[in-house]
Ligand binder design. Structure first.
Ligand code: VGL
Ligand code: ZN
Length: 212
């Protein structure tokens, strides 16, 4: 096929949170989350530039329902920086749940951005924490490396993939979400809302077989 997207030196594959806790059996399991690991591993062979993110929470993190007496997972709460969904405990630092899924095999990945390690702030996006202001440093990393087009994959489509893609758009990167390399949690229509929001913000959704 001639109309496939060719991957080049200015492209980066961003692999969001493909960790055991987001896979079946994990603390915050995304339905069929494990399926993305081999898909992304294969896709990564086409990219010279790959960056991984790793959700990385301390015990008692403020985004955990267990930190707030009387609160249940998946309830929303207003924290200092705004609305926050409360999650089951997940991706605790240095636990098996926080490790990358064993089927994620990307030896040439150049950087791992950890996020969610500040006790009081959650971080969905690979670029900015949920206060919308605290940077992870990834914008500077990509700019300094001359990377201008970001292909976003991973878990969960409707949270960390969504906010990473939207922040990348806002920062002026060209953004492509590879939808079959993502799986969603889908809380109250959040997958459909994500598709609408990504389109409105300028991210393009494609299937991985559209990549040459
Ligand atoms: C995520 C909820 C809490 C994600 C991380 O990776 O989408 N979702 N922490
Ligand atoms: Zn988290």
């Amino acid at each position: 096929m001639t109309d496939r997207l060719a991957i080049g030196a200015a492209d980066v594959l961003l692999v969001v949170d493909v960790q055991n806790d987001f896979c079946p059996g994990g603390g915050l399991a995304v339905p069929r989350g494990h399926e993305v690991a081999p898909i992304i591993s294969r896709l990564a062979e086409r990219f010279q530039n790959v960056v991984l993110t790793q959700d990385w929470h301390p015990p008692g993190h403020h985004s955990f329902a267990s930190t707030h007496p009387g609160r249940q997972p998946f309830e929303a709460l207003v924290l200092a920086y705004g609305a926050q969904v409360l999650w089951p405990d997940h991706c605790l630092q240095e636990t098996t749940g926080a490790e990358f899924h064993a089927d994620l095999r990307i030896p040439h990945a150049a950087a791992v951005i950890r996020k969610g390690f500040r006790p009081l702030i959650d971080s969905y996006s690979a670029f900015y924490e949920n206060d919308g202001a605290t940077p992870t440093g990834l914008v500077g990393y990509l700019r300094e490396r001359g990377l201008t087009r970001v292909f976003v994959t991973g878990l969960a489509f409707d949270f960390c993939v969504r906010y990473s893609a939207e922040d990348a758009c806002r920062e002026g990167f060209s953004v492509i979400v590879v939808e079959d390399a993502c799986r969603g949690i889908d809380i109250e229509g959040s997958v459909a809302a994500t598709r609408r929001s990504l389109a409105a913000k300028g991210a393009v959704c494609i299937a991985s077989d559209a990549i040459a």
